[in-house]
Design a protein around this ligand. Structure first.
Ligand SMILES: *[C@@H]1O[C@H](CO)[C@@H](O)[C@H](O)[C@H]1NC(C)=O
Ligand SMILES: *[C@@H]1O[C@H](CO)[C@@H](O)[C@H](O)[C@H]1NC(C)=O
Ligand SMILES: *[C@@H]1O[C@H](CO)[C@@H](O)[C@H](O)[C@H]1NC(C)=O
Length: 207
């Protein structure tokens, strides 16, 4: 049976679902269709209500760039789920900023982003899966992307007293709001990411 992860001891489980109203968009919107302009979504985050208000409909754009960005974003689960945290350098620029929301908060710079390893060390395995996705090329060297994710965190039965003995997994639901920049080597990388929760953290218990 699934239960909300209320009153569980580990700090990561204390993460509150934070899908409240987002911060104001940083600059005047420019929804000029396919001409390439995008709203600024960093530092954000953008309230989910506002996404369809501010994100322009895509008429036509550079699909080669879109495909490169989609593959860059795919390399985040590979690094996280593979516990190969050094490879986050394929996803983020050296001075990228990630707002993981409370209680992890804002991690500035790639070395800080890699410390997400500490918070995930308690989980034996993880599975980050993407769903709904929007990618908009804003200029030849800039883009934004919204990517829904489900993150499953699997526990071993013998991790100690901080989890109920019958707890098998922790599930998180949310979206990444990414700002990306094309690099000198032609790759696309995330310069700013907001992790926005879209539901409560849920633990799975056998009882
Ligand atoms: C929006 O984009 C159009 C087309 O490039 C440009 O002419 C206009 O100045 C822009 N408006 C704002 C407020 O940036
Ligand atoms: C980080 O994200 C949280 C949750 O979306 C938001 O409340 C907070 O204002 C953000 N912090 C910064 C510094 O942008
Ligand atoms: C997960 O748990 C199994 C069984 O205890 C262990 O063999 C394996 O090394 C663990 N994997 C990780 C990534 O911790």
């Amino acid at each position: 049976m699934y239960r909300k992860a209320a009153n569980v001891l580990l700090p990561i489980l204390a993460l509150a679902a934070s899908f409240g109203p987002g911060l104001a968009i940083a600059e005047t919107l420019n929804n000029s269709g396919s001409s390439g302009h995008c709203p600024t979504i960093a530092p954000g985050p953008v309230a989910i209500y506002d996404l369809d208000n501010i994100l322009p409909s895509v008429v036509s754009q550079d699909v080669v760039a879109v495909d490169a960005i989609r593959n860059t974003l795919a390399q985040y689960p590979f690094a996280i789920d593979g516990k190969n945290y050094d490879r986050l350098d394929k996803v983020f620029t050296q001075n990228a900023v990630v707002n993981y929301s409370a209680p992890i908060g804002v991690l500035s710079g790639l070395p800080a982003i890699k410390t997400i390893a500490d918070g995930l060390a308690m989980f034996n395995r993880t599975h980050h899966s993407y769903g709904t996705q929007y990618i908009k090329i804003c200029s030849p060297s800039s883009a934004i992307a919204i990517t829904y994710y489900t993150a499953s965190h699997f526990l071993t039965p013998d991790l100690g007293p901080t989890f109920a003995p019958d707890t098998q997994a922790l599930y998180a639901y949310g979206q990444y709001q990414d700002t990306l920049a094309k690099q000198n080597d032609g790759t696309w990388k995330v310069t700013y990411r907001n992790l926005v929760y879209q539901g409560p953290l849920i633990i799975d218990q056998n009882s």
